[in-house]
Design a binder for this molecule. Structure first.
Ligand code: 5GP
Ligand code: ZN
Length: 115
């Protein structure tokens, strides 16, 4: 999608600090990190949010995205201390970019529940 910020990060039109990428997914540093490690994991395909990830193909994509996020966390050294993977969906959750993304947060003790 031409006017989608994260689609433009996928194409390289907007620069980002890429951590890992495959055909299906890209992991990059969040511009406004809320933890010592804060990475966003997105599908290369434009899907607005997890609620739109329905049907067998997208459900498979979701599984792959979660596994990819776990690999990224591991490669960033978060396995021992642990980490959180979260996806905001819609206004009540504060979703600000309408391209499905998983936040991978770690490197400090996280509070629960989130605000
Ligand atoms: P949301 O609030 O939708 O769950 O998360 C969107 C995230 O995207 C925020 O954490 C925000 O800091 C991050 N973000 C917004 N614009 C940019 C950008 O241009 N580059 C990068 N790397 N992250 C961004
Ligand atoms: Zn997009």
């Amino acid at each position: 999608m031409a006017d989608c910020l994260f689609c433009r990060i996928v194409t390289g039109e907007i620069p980002a600090t890429i951590v890992k990428r495959t055909e299906e997914a890209v992991a990059f540093r969040d511009i406004d990190a809320r933890a010592p490690t804060h990475v966003l994991v997105i599908p290369t395909q434009h899907i607005p949010a997890v609620r739109e990830a329905t049907g067998p193909e997208r459900e498979q994509l979701l599984g792959g995205l979660l596994a990819f996020a776990a690999q990224v966390a591991s490669e960033l050294g978060l396995d021992k201390g642990g980490y959180r993977i979260v996806t905001n969906t819609g206004p009540d959750a504060g979703q600000s970019v309408d391209h499905l993304h998983l936040h991978v947060l770690g490197g400090r003790r996280l509070t629960w529940p989130p605000g």
